[in-house]
Design a protein around this ligand. Structure first.
Ligand code: 7TS
Length: 429
């Protein structure tokens, strides 16, 4: 039964609320000291940063590592014979190895991109144009970020393919029986799904989705932009063929993202962008392609950003990704409980979730609420969070979202709740 399997899939990660440790696994006060930006105040109040799902703040170690790179190691990579260029190349390829081992991949299966969006576009362009034909089907979910929707709309239009969607229960859990119905047609080429929804916080049963998709010959792409920062991700255990994520949501800099692809699949794919770095031999009319992963990295890469991302992973590893997961989940549960006490407030999504809550407050526009919270130094996001179709299904045009990370604690949630109560008084006046 689909429902039961979903529970089994999530079992590993879900700790029932009553069994959660009441003490924090992380020393949040110590963690906070590593993040210079969190010392800022806003409108005379200490900043409460609750928008890590949009982008995380960066620890000093990452900022210093990037500074050191530019002060001591900067040169273009892969092409210089002088020692400095070799050092830059080592820094870049060393960063790749760190990223690859963090997700259980091989370095040649780990392609640096600009962000998760570019990683998904790489697949839709390079793999999609080669493998998707008229009448074929690509299955997505109704909760996708636009990054995992628009590229497939563009491909489907070009290739005369069809998009289908895994349905959702009212609390935001995927209905895997609807996936089965699509797979039964035998036309599905790819199932592409978010691991963790950036609006609902749902943790999707991606391993089970991959098992079912593979049984019918379809490939699987996992958009792990909201997962890799918060939970241990192992591409082999998940069984995904592609996995995309983005450095700036996991303590790294903006400008660097990652596409994991299974080696045989990447080998068979044509390049995405053409130019320097991605070629082996070039004649005026014909060229041959470089080995993996460089075949997919045309032009000068973001070396400093890659080095920063590797340092961010070092930071997450030192804290312990399992400790981050437990912390984020218990904070998410605490937020759910506290927000549940606010009259007129409705939280969207399931009870078991990642480290974020999106909600609607009756009588308040999300933008007004977010502006009032800002006056209290509380940074939350308001809007459709780049998931407009999902908001249509929820029956709202926008929501307010608070998202948490390892530097947030229960006091931040309390400040949020106090801020909402204060905003309610103003909005009611
Ligand atoms: N996929 C998911 C699930 C996301 O949440 C995001 C960004 C992306 C892909 C795209 O990441 P990018 O680095 O390529 O832009 N999500 C959000 C958000 O929720 N608020 O701002 C960005």
């Amino acid at each position: 039964m689909a429902g039961n399997e979903q529970i089994v899939e999530c079992e590993r990660m879900i700790i029932p609320t009553e069994e959660r440790p009441t003490v924090n696994l992380l020393d949040v006060q110590r963690v906070r000291e590593d993040f210079p930006l969190l010392r800022r105040s806003m409108h005379g109040k200490s900043l409460v940063y609750l928008d890590s799902a949009a982008t995380s703040q960066k620890p000093r170690a990452v900022l210093e590592r990037m500074q050191t790179y530019y002060e001591h190691e900067n040169a273009n990579v892969h092409r210089g014979v002088y020692e400095l260029a070799e050092e830059a190349t080592e820094a870049y390829e060393g960063a790749r190895s760190v990223v690859a081992s963090f997700i259980g991949a091989a370095p040649e299966e780990t392609v640096f991109t600009r962000n998760a969006t570019e990683a998904i576009n790489l697949v839709s362009n390079a793999w999609g144009r080669q493998n998707v034909h008229p009448g074929d089907v690509i299955v997505l979910t109704e909760m996708e970020h636009h990054a995992n929707l628009i590229p497939w709309q563009m491909l489907a239009r070009e290739r005369e393919a069809r998009l289908e969607f895994i349905r959702m229960s009212p609390d935001g859990a995927l209905d895997l029986e609807s996936l089965d119905r699509h797979l039964e047609t035998g036309r599905v080429k790819l199932v592409s799904t978010a691991y963790i929804s950036n609006v609902l916080g749902t943790i999707n049963p991606v391993r089970e989705i991959a098992r079912r998709a593979h049984a019918s010959g379809a490939l699987v792409l996992v958009d792990a932009a909201q997962a890799v920062p918060h939970i241990a991700v192992d591409v082999r255990a998940l069984g995904s063929d592609f996995l995309a994520f983005t450095g700036h949501k996991m303590l790294g800099p903006m400008g660097i993202g990652v596409l994991y692809g299974r080696r045989e699949i990447l080998e068979a794919m044509p390049p995405f962008l053409g130019g320097g770095e991605m070629i082996r031999r070039v004649d005026l009319r014909e060229s041959t392609w470089n080995d993996l992963p460089w075949k997919f990295e045309a032009g000068t890469p973001s070396v400093g950003d890659a080095v920063g991302l590797a340092e961010a992973i070092g930071y997450l590893r030192a804290v312990g990704i399992d400790a981050v997961e437990m912390h984020d989940r218990s904070l998410g549960a605490y937020a759910l409980q506290r927000l549940g006490e606010v009259e007129g407030l409705r939280v969207h999504g399931p009870r078991e979730r990642g480290a974020l809550v999106s909600f609607s407050l009756s009588g308040a526009h999300p933008h007004d609420l977010a502006s009032l919270l800002d006056e209290h130094g509380i940074a939350v996001r308001a809007g459709h969070h780049c998931a407009q179709p999902l908001h249509g299904i929820l029956g709202v045009s926008a929501t307010t979202r608070a998202s948490f990370y390892l530097y947030n604690d229960e006091k931040d949630v309390d400040r949020l709740v106090e801020g909402i109560e204060a905003a309610k008084r103003i909005l009611a006046a």
